[in-house]
Design a binder for this molecule. Structure first.
Ligand code: BDR
Ligand code: CA
Length: 277
């Protein structure tokens, strides 16, 4: 199995991504490193612990990472899980003694994949401290497209400097909004998967309906993690890119693999199957 570490700010679609990894034998989940983002670090860390407990994976270490100004409670709820964090068990007190960067330093091996599905602060700090990621998959950015400002996607917007470091030095596979906006877990999808996970999506669905975007939720982070589980799920193309000071993904001189396409009906069926109980 492919060793996998997920750097995450759960987060409703983070929860789907973590569940997908935990229930996929192709990967061995080596740990979750947490970061501020959708909500504050204390909550994202607690949510990571709760999700692992719910998934029967208290053996997976959780290492705390960077704090910062959070801000997506309108999408993910005040508790980060659609006001439903309390439906998950709260009996996982295990926290790794190392912080996220140290954990990455000790845990990443030459065959490890890291999926970064929150703001990139931990990953940038790790790169700055000399850690090399053999395979780094990042959910973030949008080419000519944003979801937080007109031009910036949330994970890049939350720490633009970190996104710059990752694009310039991290040699990442980037899974942008342009692709994830085509990957919608609609009401039929949500009716078929684990009801405990579906139940986390209420705030997110209300947000989407209010903006009359769609019926359902974007499963941004699960799309990125699917590529970690089954390489080749996403069709990649090299681009020369950079990130500006506002967190917009722009043309530049740094070579990045961008996920441009996928067979969504097939990926959707894969997710449904793995996320069902
Ligand atoms: C990203 O922002 C977060 O709200 C989601 O969890 C995802 O990682 C999408 O822009
Ligand atoms: Ca996320």
């Amino acid at each position: 199995a492919i060793p996998l570490i997920i750097d995450t700010d759960p987060g409703v679609d983070d929860a789907f991504a973590i569940a997908l990894a935990a229930r996929s034998p192709e990967v061995e989940l080596k740990g979750l490193t947490t970061v501020f983002g959708n909500v504050a670090l204390d909550l994202t860390t607690r949510n990571a612990q709760r999700l692992l407990s719910y998934l029967g994976r208290k053996d997976v270490p959780v290492a705390r990472g960077a704090e910062g100004p959070s801000g997506a409670a309108d999408v993910h709820g005040e508790d980060g899980l659609g006001g439903q964090a309390h439906t998950l068990p709260d009996d996982n007190e295990i926290i790794d003694p190392d912080d996220a960067v140290q954990f990455l330093e000790y845990t990443v091996t030459p065959d490890t994949t890291v999926a970064a599905i929150g703001p990139l602060t931990n990953i940038a700090n790790a790169l700055e401290s000399g850690i090399v990621f053999p395979r780094l998959i990042v959910m973030g950015g949008g080419l000519g497209l944003g979801n937080t400002t007109e031009r910036a996607e949330f994970n890049f917007w939350a720490d633009p400097e970190a996104a710059q470091v990752v694009i310039r030095k991290g040699n990442p596979i980037v899974v942008p909004l342009n692709l994830t906006h085509r990957c919608i877990a609609d009401t039929e999808f949500l009716a078929r998967v684990d009801p405990v996970l579906s139940n986390l999506t209420g705030t997110y669905r209300a947000y989407m309906e209010n903006r009359s975007e769609n019926q359902g939720i974007y499963v941004h982070d699960a799309v990125a993690v699917a590529e970690a589980i089954i390489p080749g799920t996403l069709k990649l193309k090299s681009h020369l890119l950079d990130v500006d000071d506002e967190g917009a993904l722009i043309e530049g001189k740094h070579q990045v693999e961008v996920a441009e396409d996928t067979d969504w009906p097939a990926l959707r069926a894969f997710m449904e199957q793995r996320l069902s109980v």
